[in-house]
Write a protein that binds this ligand. Structure first.
Ligand SMILES: NC(=O)c1ccc[n+]([C@@H]2O[C@H](COP(=O)([O-])OP(=O)(O)OC[C@H]3O[C@@H](n4cnc5c(N)ncnc54)[C@H](OP(=O)(O)O)[C@@H]3O)[C@@H](O)[C@H]2O)c1
Length: 322
């Protein structure tokens, strides 16, 4: 495993981080048990992963909590999070602090490494900053968590307006953002500023559905051409990213997706979600490989750099938080 420093938090983290949400939720999204999910976390630890991202909403905090019992607490870095509203109604600060306490219970741990506000839309950012951050920082000072972070809602904020504001606010030490081969907005709009301010970055949507559901990439590109977002003469619509797979390049499109994100300057942890041990291994293998050839990365920048709303699907349904 390769390790890096998560921005100004100083935490040493694996460059491959296990996302315990997304549609997979450690396999629980496909009906696997909590114990199966905990086994995925244990296997990831064996492979050198030390970063685990969960959330109150994912229903996977107990699986993470059970798995990390086997190792010294300070050998793993755990983030979890609370949304800031439900059914259009904002949570009060007291409710968010209840969520924090409940996450400590669900994870069965004394402290959380990174506590994050989850999926904050631009319209709610002022509320997050002015009403929720200070009470949370008081809990941090009591030792309940170490670092405060914030995550965007990619489907509802595709141009990343919220994080373009949050990057300038020192209380958010970590940010989670969407970045992938057909969604490169952050390359110019966020990463340079996050590097400058020392904000630790967690990348999501690196694969999501667009690169894992067969046929979706091809359909997406065909629609982009039809809508005029890509040129009419776009080459090879039946295999739009096939040019990335060659000797000395990527082995598969998924391999390309992980390597493209991992080697983006300013990217700290590439999150990936899975409930499948084979996917766990192959995703880590890809994340640890060298960058894609420069010419391929330049092609991706030139072909897709202007797109902003692609491959940012909303999650399938999540369980009701306990
Ligand atoms: N706003 C937020 O805070 C927010 C939003 C979204 C995500 N996240 C975080 O980011 C993490 C990553 O989520 P994501 O949405 O970017 O998507 P993702 O979890 O990376 O999605 C990958 C999907 O592809 C499948 N997959 C994984 N590896 C594969 C492989 N090698 N071959 C074929 N299929 C593969 C997975 O299912 P299998 O089980 O079949 O492998 C999963 O359904 C989440 O777990 C969560 O921690 C946070």
């Amino acid at each position: 495993m390769d390790y890096t420093t998560l921005g100004k938090t100083g935490l040493r983290v694996s460059v491959a981080g296990l996302g315990c949400g997304g549609n997979s939720r450690l396999g629980m999204g496909a009906g696997k048990s909590m114990e199966d999910a905990a086994q995925v976390v244990r296997k990831a630890i064996e492979l050198g992963v030390n970063y685990f991202d969960t959330a109150r909403n994912y229903g996977t905090e107990p699986a993470v909590g059970a798995a990390i019992k086997d190792v010294p607490r300070d050998s793993v870095v755990i983030s979890t999070k609370s949304t800031i509203k439900v059914d259009g109604v904002r949570y009060t600060a007291a409710q968010v602090l209840d969520h924090l306490n409940n996450s400590l219970k669900q994870l069965d741990t004394d402290y959380i490494d990174v506590y994050m506000l989850h999926g904050v839309a631009p319209v709610d950012y002022d509320y997050a900053l002015e009403t929720l951050a200070e009470p949370l920082l008081k809990e941090r000072d009591k030792g309940k968590f170490r670092h405060l972070g914030i995550t965007e809602t990619a489907p509802r904020d595709p141009t990343q307006e919220m994080l373009q504001r949050a990057v300038h606010e020192p209380c958010w030490e970590v940010a989670m953002l969407a970045y992938h081969m057909l969604n490169q907005n952050a390359r110019t709009k966020l990463f340079p500023h996050m590097l400058e301010k020392g904000v630790g970055t967690l990348l999501m949507f690196v694969v999501r559905n667009i690169f894992s559901v067969p046929g979706l990439l091809e359909k997406t590109v065909a629609d982009l051409v039809k809508n005029g977002d890509l040129p009419d003469d776009f080459p090879n619509k039946d295999d739009p990213l096939g040019f990335l797979v060659h000797d000395g390049g990527a082995t598969t499109i998924l391999d390309a997706a992980y390597r493209f994100a991992r080697h983006q300057p300013g990217a700290d942890v590439v999150l990936f979600g899975t409930g499948n041990p084979d996917h766990l291994q192959s995703n880590i293998d890809s994340i640890l490989k060298p960058p894609l050839p420069d010419a391929d990365v330049t092609m991706l920048h030139d072909m897709f750099g202007a797109l902003t709303t692609v491959g940012l699907d909303s999650p399938d349904s999540m369980p009701k938080p306990k």
